[in-house]
Ligand binder design. Sequence first.
Ligand code: PMT
Length: 219
Amino acid sequence: QKQGVLKNKHVVISAGGTIEPIDPVRYISNRSSGKMGYALAKAAAEQGAQVTLVSASTTLPDPIGIKTIHIQSAQDLSKQMIATLPTADVIIMAAAVSDYRVGEPAVNKLKKQASGELTLTLVENPDILAQLGAMKKEQYLVGFAAETQNLLAYAQTKLVKKNADMLIANDVSKHQVGFGYDTNQVTILTKDQEPEVLPLQDKLSIARKIMQKISEVIN
Ligand code: PMT
């Protein structure tokens, strides 16, 4: 029997960068390494939670003892997160989701164009955090905001617009913060508490503090 402040809680975490195919060999993605989401999964398991990790692109190995589901595109991530919603107590969207995808990926590898130009038409992906925000009942919903300017104002807007309960804001224009690094620096926003600034530290200690804070508000 597991012990810890998240005992008997099902925590679902998305991680990594989504992959949107252009053709069978090329894709659009982003700089997410998955480190933040995987650290959250580890921290939640340490606190006794049952964890489901929904992983988009990463080179990290599956964490031992944590149920890990691999997906690629934003549409697949959306389906998976919606499927886990009914049994989740806490949902954390740490994945970096492509806001757009190629409308009609080519069936065969694209050849060089005689014109010297290639135009890709992108169509909007679902906003998964907003979908979950609209569907949730008792679940505690946590989003991230990766910004390069107006960090707290944009994060505050996302918290309200997407109906999240907590928003973790990271200023990804800073050195050692956000995409790819082993470290992060975040501000935690909730609807009814003062913003809490966590100084620069490794992603696992940030993750432990986030999980601690979540356990305090849900228990
Ligand atoms: O993976 P690492 O290299 O460790 O880097 C960590 C990180 C920088 C990726 C992580 O800390 C982070 O900030 N993740 C969210 C990145 C992001 O997509 O931020 P955003 O501000 O574009 O999106 C806001 C929120 O909405 C996020 O919770 C995101 O998961 C979600 N979203 C965004 C777009 C979309 N179409 N659907 C979504 O659900």
